[in-house]
Design a protein around this ligand. Structure first.
Ligand SMILES: [Zn+2]
Ligand SMILES: [Zn+2]
Length: 338
């Protein structure tokens, strides 16, 4: 594999340390903010992007905890800025590790919150509901046995993932091809549905760097179809994700700044690995369905060879595994093998 990671972020990742707030390129800093609970990706990178007037544009404000507020304020101090210098707040998608601190940052700075139209719609439709609750409501239709549903609910409660509501509301709805208002930079919005319906990547055309959110990560293949609402599986997120990856291969990218892990070079290789991973998983689900046509989704998910092993998937990770299986089944129905 020919990924070239940012050295100190990579060192921190493999040694299980929280990296420092680092300058990852001219005028761009990555502030690592821990996720709530014990989660594999550990922290979100909140990017602070400086414009040519000295203002700060925030990409993906991390999980809303008191500690993270203190951390982010310290990161601003480190680069000689204050929270009142924030001019815009952009979230690459609606998950709480990418929108958590948005409302708080807005209260400190008055800056508008920007999201893709699909995420803005999802956060406004009805009472706000956590992603975990959205999925746990679908468990019965996926054939999860009562005892398993109860166990999962308890795990979600222990991981404190039932209450993480998405509270941010978008002031500006972004569309594909919009250019962000960051003086001195040309940062274009690319709609890359898959991980969620309204996931976006941000492409700086001058520096050729890509802020990839959770659409592409260096150390894990992102889950697909994780909008949480009932709409997510119907829209065939996997097919759309393959299209998103295909579109990204046409970009000229020097450096990728992801939502988690570490910045890296080598986008085409990572796209290929990620697409290959999902294709192999689809093949696996297809052979499970061929050998047991009447199998429930829950049982099919149990039979998939998950990287961590089914037995080690708890709480939201297990929920996500079943959701991933459901999505592959939908994909196979739309694109049956010849
Ligand atoms: Zn996400
Ligand atoms: Zn994330």
């Amino acid at each position: 594999m020919s990924l070239q990671p940012n050295h100190s972020q990579f060192e921190a990742w493999v040694s299980h340390h929280l990296p420092d707030t680092l300058q990852v390129e001219e005028g761009v800093w990555a502030a690592p903010l821990p996720l709530k609970g014990d989660q594999y990706v550990r922290h979100t990178y909140t990017y602070l992007v400086l414009d040519d007037r000295g203002s700060v544009h925030v990409i993906d404000p991390g999980w809303n905890t008191v500690d993270n507020r203190t951390r982010l304020e310290a990161s601003f101090g480190q680069i000689g800025k204050r929270l009142t210098d924030v001019k815009t707040i952009v979230s690459t998608h609606l998950h709480p590790d990418h929108t958590g601190l948005a409302s708080w940052l807005q209260s400190q700075s008055g800056a508008p919150i920007l999201m893709h139209r699909a995420e803005a719609d999802a956060t406004e439709s009805g009472p706000s509901m956590s992603i975990a609750v959205g999925f746990s409501k679908r468990l019965r239709s996926w054939g999860a046995p009562w005892a398993e549903r109860t166990k999962l609910y308890i795990e979600l409660w222990r991981q404190r993932q039932l209450k993480d509501e998405i509270s941010a509301r978008a002031d500006v709805r972004l569309e594909h091809d919009d250019v962000l208002d960051i003086p001195g930079r040309r940062v274009r919005v690319l709609h890359t549905p898959g991980h969620t319906e309204g996931s976006i990547c941000l492409y700086d055309e001058d520096t050729r760097s890509l802020f990839s959110g959770d659409t592409l990560l260096p150390m894990v293949h992102p889950g697909i179809g994780l909008s949480g609402g009932p709409q997510s599986s119907r829209q065939n997120p996997l097919a759309r994700y393959f299209d998103s990856l295909e579109a990204l291969t046409r970009l000229d990218v020097d450096m990728v700044h992801p939502g988690h892990g570490y910045s890296f070079q080598g986008l085409p290789d990572r796209i290929e690995e990620t697409a290959g991973h999902h294709r192999r998983r689809s093949d696996e689900v297809r052979s499970i369905l061929l050998s047991e046509p009447d199998i429930t989704l829950w049982r099919a998910a149990e039979k998939v060879h998950w990287t961590a092993g089914w037995a080690n998937l708890h709480g939201f990770m297990r929920l996500s595994a079943v959701a991933q299986t459901a999505m592959h089944v939908d994909y196979l129905r739309s694109y049956p093998a010849e």
